[in-house]
Design a protein around this ligand. Structure first.
Ligand SMILES: C[S@@+](CC[C@H](N)C(=O)[O-])C[C@H]1O[C@@H](n2cnc3c(N)ncnc32)[C@H](O)[C@@H]1O
Ligand code: SF4
Ligand code: SF4
Length: 346
């Protein structure tokens, strides 16, 4: 195991879990592989116990649409019974049917995160489909009724960037306590051209989030992936605090890179928990986190400009954006010559 004191690695405290990659919606920019792979319940149950014994305190379920896992209620009950707190990310459509289980396990519920792609019915449904805005509004109202803490996630694209303030105000009015923003990671050249912000536009969006956060009581923040032009540790995955379990039972570096649509590389996957203990797998994640931090620091020192945006850098260096090797289009327009030797571009 790497020496945590000299490496600044932190002990693993949170597990993210891709419970299933099945989803009832089909958002055009979605990074998940659209399949029907559910995480085996017995494997999860055992992994949760090992994780708890290893020091994990919190679990975040995502997908696909986590609620569509055939044993979602059992997953929640098992998590709570082990003394772990839980949260999950959802599009809201099927939320009412699992509300009774959340009532049962309310003490363990940290937060429900609902995804919004716009502050109006028209904007949200244009991305997510007809009727989704009304469902997610109803789900948030149900949270408020039951006293479930909830937050809002929004992926920032050319379509949604002008809505940061409106999303924050709407979320605050509905009773959310946090808005988490994330730059879109492109899954194809076409969507990169259509939806990605340029580096300058991304920095401007981050300044907008800071300004809105300063004005409103609700917390508005970019999650992982915002610009970081200095070396160091940009996220809880690279700090060692969070590891990810994918819907095939494998431990991986980070939920963002897991089951990434059109990806080729699998270097973020460190172990199959059917054959490797949770402890051993976490030690491998820690070694990988250190390597990735060093790789990004070196890229920054060489002036590779995509290293400023850590998730984009991971997407490229873990071969997730194989549709365009080596540059992502928006970054590539500005930086191709400084990023890559001419031979690599041929
Ligand atoms: C993959 S979804 C899974 C949870 C659930 N189905 C939902 O939409 O809330 C988790 C989050 O990832 C975001 N997301 C999807 N595709 C993305 C992309 N290409 N880049 C960045 N975030 C993305 C979604 O907006 C959502 O907030
Ligand atoms: S973003 Fe969420 S709701 Fe939309 S298709 Fe992807 S997994 Fe489904
Ligand atoms: S993709 Fe890389 S930088 Fe982004 S959250 Fe994951 S490990 Fe961190």
């Amino acid at each position: 195991m790497p020496d945590t004191a000299s490496s600044n690695l932190l002990p693993v405290k949170r597990l993210t879990v891709g419970l299933t990659n099945l989803c009832n919606l089909d958002c055009d920019y979605c990074l998940r592989v659209a399949e029907t792979e559910h995480l085996d319940f017995d494997l999860l149950s055992d992994a949760l116990e090992q994780a708890r014994d290893y020091g994990v305190m919190a679990v975040t379920y995502t997908g696909g649409e986590a609620i569509l896992h055939p044993r979602f209620r059992d997953v929640i009950r098992r998590t709570a019974a082990l003394g772990l707190s839980y949260s999950f990310v959802t599009n809201g459509w099927h939320f009412p049917k699992i509300a009774p289980t959340l009532v049962e396990t309310k003490n363990a519920l940290y937060r429900v995160f609902f995804s919004l792609d716009g502050a109006t019915e028209e904007a949200h449904d244009a991305v997510r489909g007809q009727g989704v805005f009304r469902k997610v509004m109803a789900a948030m109202a149900l949270c408020r009724f039951h006293g479930f803490p909830f937050g809002v996630n929004m992926t920032v694209t050319k379509r949604s960037v002008a809505s940061i303030e409106a999303i924050a105000v709407l979320s605050a009015r509905l009773g959310a306590d946090v808005v988490q923003l994330m730059h879109m990671l492109p899954t194809s050249e076409a969507y990169d051209r259509k939806l990605s912000l340029t580096p300058d536009e991304r920095r401007a969006a981050e300044r907008e989030a800071l300004a809105v956060n300063a004005i409103l009581k609700i917390q508005v923040q970019f999650a992982a992936g915002s610009s970081m032009p200095a070396p160091g540790t940009p996220c809880v995955s690279l700090s060692g605090e969070t590891v990810n379990l994918d819907c095939r039972g494998r431990l991986t570096l980070c939920c963002t890179l897991s089951d990434f649509r059109n990806a080729v590389g699998e270097g973020d996957i460190v172990a199959d928990l059917r054959t490797t203990s949770f402890r051993e797998a976490c030690e491998r994640v820690h070694r990988l986190a250190l390597t990735q931090r060093e790789r990004r620091n070196a890229a920054l020192a060489e002036g590779q400009l995509d290293a400023e945006f850590p998730c984009h850098f991971c997407t490229r260096t873990f071969d997730k954006a194989a549709w365009q090797t080596p540059a992502l289009v928006q970054l590539g327009r500005a930086t191709t010559s400084s990023l890559f030797p001419a031979t690599a571009r041929l």
